[in-house]
Design a protein around this ligand. Structure first.
Ligand SMILES: Cc1cc2nc3c(=O)[nH]c(=O)nc-3n(C[C@H](O)[C@H](O)[C@H](O)COP(=O)(O)OP(=O)(O)OC[C@H]3O[C@@H](n4cnc5c(N)ncnc54)[C@H](O)[C@@H]3O)c2cc1C
Length: 427
């Protein structure tokens, strides 16, 4: 329990929302403890670049302990743990290692993949919702390219090199575009045993458009750019079944799918409470305008992707985007610092962007649409500025400049798991 006279705030999750809350909360007034299952903050918008060997994981991740040594994070502390339960009566969060008491609780643990109860998907598809998932994806893509280079068996080659991305949101478009760049620029140069025609990249989207939340112009441009990168887009199709490297669509047609990358669904990270309160739509906690969870004590809040704040402007809740998470974190910290909850949350929409490939991006900023090189340059600049740490910014910039001039990615290391030791410690 808290032994000093400061009230203790426990924050579950150090993503955009949790970390920005910690940066803005007054550490002279509150004792702040971050509990996160990973010991680092990561930058999801660039996970697809890890999956496609464009960036190293270390360039877009930052250890919490370093972040809390200086600057705005100074004074907060970090403990590793995955929170599964909260005992609201005892005011404690429960991890696999310990129980941690709190006076105020901020839930900011974001979302995870949603497979809509389909166990085949859980078993067989690849995902890019975390750094480790993106690394697994990268290894699989590289393995398939190497393995396909070794075989003369046309059928095996076709299976190895048939990639299907499911979900035409920003992540799906970006993953498919990155695979398309590999097919277009890297394979002809570095894999003589593979011809471009051996590779198929298909992007499946259930609705009749890509990038559903963006302008019609952005949607059309993204479709055009994917075509340039040799990606075959199938709109208005839902996956019905996936087995033995074959996808069956809702209209009964089938396609070969050696590697499926699933980007089509997310749901809030599940944490059970001792009270009967259940999360709302999308596994998100329903909150009021101050991010207080409706139906719980006054001292429990949810921010970022896990929070569902329905307003006149956003009757189905805010979009699950980095800016919403950052702004909610800051707003809640300001209210707690003041001790009076007088500023309700108002989202300032700074626009949305998606990049398909080199010089090919789309951006909607207020009512203004950008595409091609200007959108791509703006996308790079904004992402560079948002990544934590000067070393990381420089390393990402160098990798991007290198890739721009070399038309390739230099980080295609297929890192296999080591066999030893074989014991598994659990303490
Ligand atoms: C691949 C991808 C691409 C994206 N691209 C964009 C983009 O281009 N632009 C944009 O605006 N948004 C983008 N987003 C969405 C954006 O990343 C999210 O809106 C944002 O990260 C939400 O912030 P958050 O703090 O709520 O959650 P997160 O950033 O997801 O952080 C959650 C934190 O909680 C931790 N955690 C999770 N469960 C537990 C637990 N049980 N116990 C302890 N810790 C836990 C995690 O380790 C993580 O550190 C993208 C998301 C993904 C996955």
């Amino acid at each position: 329990m808290n032994t000093n006279d400061k009230k203790r705030i426990v924050v579950i999750g150090g993503g955009f929302a949790g970390l920005n809350f910690i940066k803005h909360i007054d550490k002279k007034k509150f004792e702040v403890i971050l509990v996160d299952k990973n010991n680092y903050h990561s930058f999801p918008p660039l996970f697809y670049q890890i999956a496609s060997s464009g960036l190293e994981p270390g360039s877009i991740c930052f250890p919490f302990r370093r972040e809390f040594r200086k600057g705005r994070g100074r004074g907060a502390s970090y403990v590793m743990g995955e929170v599964k339960n909260i005992d609201t009566s005892a005011k404690e969060v429960i991890t696999e290692f310990e129980r941690i008491g709190y006076d105020y609780l901020v839930i900011a643990c974001g979302t995870t993949n949603n497979f809509f109860g389909n166990q085949t998907l859980v078993n067989d598809v690849f995902t890019v919702k975390s750094v480790s998932e993106a690394i697994r994806c990268r290894n699989e893509i590289l393995y398939r390219l190497e393995r396909a280079s070794l075989t003369k068996d046309k059928e095996l080659k076709r299976r190895l090199l048939s990639f299907v991305v499911i979900g035409g949101g920003a992540t799906g478009v970006e993953v498919a575009g990155a695979l398309g760049e590999m097919k277009r620029y890297i394979v002809p140069r570095e894999y003589p045993g593979i011809s471009q025609d051996d590779i198929t990249i298909e992007l499946l989207e259930g609705s009749d458009r890509l990038l559903g939340s963006m302008s019609e112009k952005s949607q059309k441009d993204a479709l055009k750019y994917l075509g340039k990168l040799l990606v075959d887009v199938k709109l208005g199709h839902l996956l019905k079944e996936y087995s033995n490297d074959r996808i069956t669509l809702d209209d009964g047609s089938t396609l070969t799918a050696g590697m499926v990358i699933w980007t089509a669904g997310i749901t809030g990270v599940r944490i059970d409470l001792d009270s009967n309160l259940e999360p709302s739509r999308g596994g998100r906690w329903a909150v009021d305008g101050y991010n207080h969870i409706i139906g719980l004590d006054d001292n429990i809040y949810a921010i970022g992707d896990i929070a569902l704040m329905c307003t006149d402007e956003y009757p189905k809740g805010h979009p699950q985007l980095a800016q919403v998470a950052l702004q909610q974190g800051k707003n809640l910290a300001k209210n707690l610092n003041r001790g009076i909850f007088k500023t309700s949350f108002k989202y300032k929409d700074k626009g949305t962007m998606a990049t398909v490939g080199r010089n090919l991006a789309v951006a909607d900023i207020k009512h203004y649409h950008m595409s091609g090189f200007p959108a791509w340059a703006a996308w790079m600049m904004i992402h560079l500025l948002s990544i934590l740490g000067m070393r990381n910014k420089i390393s990402v910039l160098i990798d991007w400049i290198w890739a721009y001039f070399s038309y390739g990615t230099s980080l295609r290391l297929l890192l296999k798991m080591s066999r030893y030791p074989q014991k598994i410690d659990s303490f």
